[in-house]
Each structure stands twice: as structure tokens, then as C-alpha cells.
Design a protein around this ligand. Structure first.
Ligand code: ARG
Length: 280
């Protein structure tokens, strides 16, 4: 076997997923807690809803199961369901937001899980913004810090899940959550934007994931890393064309979507999607 055989020859196996989403009924940019958010710029809520609906329908077409949480008036960022919790092995680690503007989302998401019959729930003591900063690979929970989630929050998550949490420092305010700079493609395969990490954290990523796909700055800048992979299909912002090509070379099927209206608050595909991982 030629070790240099193109990876596109690999047949990728997708796995149906279980997602929680929140319709952007009350979406708006009325405050600014990241560099993308410019309250003076007009937003179009009905366009945000239409773009979100297409993402929702695409996930259904790909065979995924979607649950919905009722959007709450006055919580315009609630559409970013990834921030609502982290769910591993059927265990729910609640979120605690850094900014007051989003504080009420943490308990709202936990209530949803309680009402759905989840019994292993954790109300967090320290700031963590759910799957915005916790990304689960087969071997680790990769965890961002520097802008939102805290190291204390990482330790709290490690204790709750009993899985090794690897802290990674984010250094570019445009990529303020880990899921804006890194995505899990399958198992222990990841893609990331090297420029978003501190030198030490980059060295950690290089040693743990030597074969990772490295995104170009242009693709990172349009939130290409804010993607959802089922192991085969990778749903990502359509503007990330270079990244789509790199994914194709590795045997994935990239599917571009237009979520530009939701990018005005600093979110895209992954931000809108919380994965509900069942008991293993
Ligand atoms: N406006 C939101 C915030 O700044 C966007 C959250 C995006 N979500 C994410 N998982 N990165 O908190």
C-alpha cells in the first residue's frame, strides 16, 4: 500500500446524531459581547429564521434527530444552542455565562433537560459556555479558555464527566469560543485554525492531533471552523470554499450553508447546534 494514497479514497461513515436547536424567533443584535456584534447594524429576524430553517431541514435530510427548545423573549442569543450545556454519556453539564445578557439561558436550558427526563444534571459553579468551549473527541474533551469559559469550569467538567479535559487558550477575540476555531470531524480527527491559539496550546494540539486539518485564515475568517460533522457530511458556512476542498480531499462531503444573518452576532452552524450524546 502506498502511504501517500489519496485520503479521498477512504469511505467515510456518517452516524446519525441527536441535536437540540432553538429557532431564532427573538434574534437581534441589541448588545455587543464579541467583535462580530454591531448593534448599530440592522438585523433581519425573518431572514435569520429562514436561514436557520434551512439548516434544521438539512440536518433532518441527513438523518439526524432534532429536538427544539422554546425561544424566550429578551434572550436574542438563545438561538446559539451549543452554549446551552454539554451533554456526554447522557449526563448534562449546565452552562454558566460570562455575560449578564445571557445569564438566564443557563437555567432555561437546564429546565429543558429536566423536563425531558434527564436525571444526571450538574448546575455549574464556575463560568463555562457549554459546547461553545467544550468539544468532545473520542479521547478528550477539548476546552477553550481566554474569553469565556474558565479553567475552574474545565476542572469542574472533568470531575463531572470523568473524562480528560484538555485546556486550550484562545488568543484572537474574533475566535472567542473554541467552536469558532476548531471542529471535531470524526473520532479523534479534528480541524482547526492555528492562529486562534496561544503558542503552548498550539504545541499541545500538534502533539495530540498530528494529522489534523489546518484551516487557512480566509476560511477561518468566515467561520468555516464553526461546522458540524457526522463523520461523513460536514455542514459548514458556504463561504469557506477552501476548507470545503480540503475536506473533500480527506474523503468528507462538505455541505455549505448560508447563515450570514446569524454571523452578525458571531455564530454559525455549530453555534446553532447542541449535540445530545446518549449513554455510551
Ligand atoms: N452572540 C453570542 C455570544 O457572543 C454568540 C454565541 C455563538 N455561539 C458559539 N457556540 N460560538 O455569546
Amino acid at each position: 500500500m502506498n502511504a501517500a494514497a489519496p485520503r479521498s479514497a477512504v469511505t467515510r461513515q456518517g452516524r446519525p446524531r441527536h441535536f437540540l436547536m432553538c429557532r431564532p424567533t427573538h434574534y437581534d443584535v441589541s448588545y455587543s459581547i464579541n467583535p462580530w456584534m454591531e448593534p448599530a447594524k440592522p438585523t433581519d429576524t425573518s431572514l435569520a429564521v429562514a436561514q436557520w430553517e434551512r439548516l434544521h431541514d438539512l440536518f433532518l435530510e441527513l438523518g439526524h434527530t432534532i429536538e427544539l427548545i422554546e425561544p424566550i423573549p429578551g434572550l436574542p442569543d438563545m438561538v446559539y444552542a451549543a452554549n446551552g450545556a454539554t451533554v456526554v454519556d447522557g449526563k448534562v453539564f449546565g452552562a454558566r455565562f460570562r455575560h449578564q445578557e445571557r445569564a438566564a439561558e443557563g437555567p432555561a436550558y437546564l429546565d429543558w433537560f429536566r423536563a425531558r427526563g434527564y436525571t444526571e444534571l450538574h448546575e455549574p459553579q464556575y463560568v463555562n459556555e457549554g459546547e461553545g468551549d467544550f468539544l468532545v473527541t473520542d479521547s478528550h474533551v477539548l476546552a477553550g479558555w481566554g474569553f469565556r469559559s474558565t479553567l475552574e469550569g474545565h476542572a469542574e467538567a472533568q470531575e463531572f464527566f470523568g473524562r480528560p479535559v484538555v485546556g486550550l487558550e484562545l488568543v484572537d477575540p474574533r475566535f472567542y469560543h473554541l467552536d469558532t476555531a476548531l471542529a471535531v470531524l470524526d473520532g479523534d480527527e479534528i480541524m482547526y485554525n492555528p492562529a486562534a491559539f496561544s503558542a503552548g496550546s498550539l504545541a499541545v494540539l500538534r502533539s495530540l492531533y498530528p494529522d489534523a486539518l489546518l484551516a487557512e485564515p480566509a476560511d477561518a475568517a468566515v467561520f468555516g471552523l464553526n461546522a458540524i460533522s457526522d463523520g461523513r457530511h460536514v455542514v459548514l458556512p458556504e463561504a469557506a470554499t477552501g476548507l470545503a476542498e480540503q475536506l473533500r480531499e480527506r474523503g468528507f462531503e462538505p455541505i455549505g450553508v448560508d447563515l450570514t444573518e446569524l454571523l452578525k452576532a458571531g455564530g454559525s452552524v455549530k453555534c446553532c447546534t447542541l449535540e445530545l450524546r446518549p449513554r455510551g
